[in-house]
Design a protein around this ligand. Structure first.
Ligand code: NAG
Ligand code: NAG
Ligand code: NAG
Ligand code: NAG
Ligand code: NAG
Length: 237
């Protein structure tokens, strides 16, 4: 009960930095947690410039800190469109020898992995998080049109940490704000992106799709959302 409350408070704090957020839920999660979860994300109309992070958080059984995965737009390079994929852990004792990963996450404990790849913005990307032996977790961005996956990173969690739990948050963050608090809502540039309900192969019922509900957490005059049972599209201008 207390650790569930603490988890809720920690997750809320993380979501508070965001402009907009979603709450996702997955039904029929086994006692030991999920061994895989996929968060589809589409940033087709996002400008090709740094600044926004379309992210999904996931928690683990027997652990109060979370992991993240998501996409950040980047400027085109050599006439090719570039997408920055993120996969991280805020869990103390996380380790990684993956060349795409480094120790620490936002200045705290954990591991941060990222990989920039040539990718088509028009396509929806499946951000897959799954176990790949022991308590090692791997993040992959899979192009849903071509089926080709881009490895983002992998990390190993302490043995005490269980599988992925049944609910958490996603968010849209404009990260220049974190280092420049004088920015106002009028300064946020246009972007658009869709966070879809998660999918898992490891529920008690096998493959299942969860739910997602959006909320606008600040700059209400500049942000709109379109909710469907399976997705939330945010537009910021
Ligand atoms: C959580 O911890 C308890 C107590 O140590 C243990 O019995 C249980 O198996 C753990 N659950 C998971 C999913 O690791
Ligand atoms: C980018 O594409 C344009 C139009 O196709 C072409 O003129 C230009 O040379 C290309 N630039 C590079 C760096 O490939
Ligand atoms: C990150 O992973 C990708 C895919 O495995 C690989 O091509 C790339 O070289 C890695 N990046 C680094 C810095 O090792
Ligand atoms: C997930 O894990 C398995 C190994 O257990 C691996 O073969 C698979 O390709 C992984 N990644 C994806 C995107 O499913
Ligand atoms: C999922 O499994 C639970 C029990 O494991 C069952 O009660 C429920 O009806 C199942 N739901 C679906 C949609 O199959």
């Amino acid at each position: 009960m207390h650790s569930a409350l603490l988890l809720a408070v920690i997750s809320q704090l993380a979501a508070c930095d965001a402009l907009a957020s979603v709450t996702w839920r997955m039904p029929n999660v086994p006692e030991e947690g999920l061994s895989d979860i996929t968060f589809p994300i589409n940033i087709a109309n996002a400008p090709h410039t740094s600044g926004y992070y379309f992210a999904e958080q996931f928690g683990f059984k027997n652990e109060s800190h979370v992991g993240y995965t998501g996409l950040q737009p980047r400027a085109d390079a050599n006439n090719q469109t570039i997408i920055h994929g993120v996969f991280s852990s805020f869990i103390t004792g996380s380790t990684s020898e993956d060349p795409n990963c480094s120790d620490g996450a936002d200045g705290g404990n954990g591991v941060s992995c990222s990989f920039e790849f040539v990718g088509d913005y028009a396509d929806t990307w499946n951000m897959v998080v799954n176990t790949t032996g022991g308590n090692t977790w791997t993040g992959t961005a899979v192009n849903t049109r071509t089926g080709v996956g881009k490895h983002i990173g992998s990390y190993t969690l302490p043995d005490s940490v269980g599988g992925i739990s049944d609910s958490n948050f996603g968010f849209v963050e404009y990260y220049p704000w974190n280092s420049n608090p004088s920015l106002t809502c009028a300064d946020i540039p246009f972007t658009q992106g869709t966070l879809f309900a998660p999918i898992s192969k490891s529920t008690k019922n096998g493959t299942a799709t969860g739910t997602v509900v959006g909320s606008i957490t600040s700059c209400q005059d500049y942000i709109t959302k379109v909710d469907t049972p399976a997705s939330v599209e945010f537009t910021l201008e």
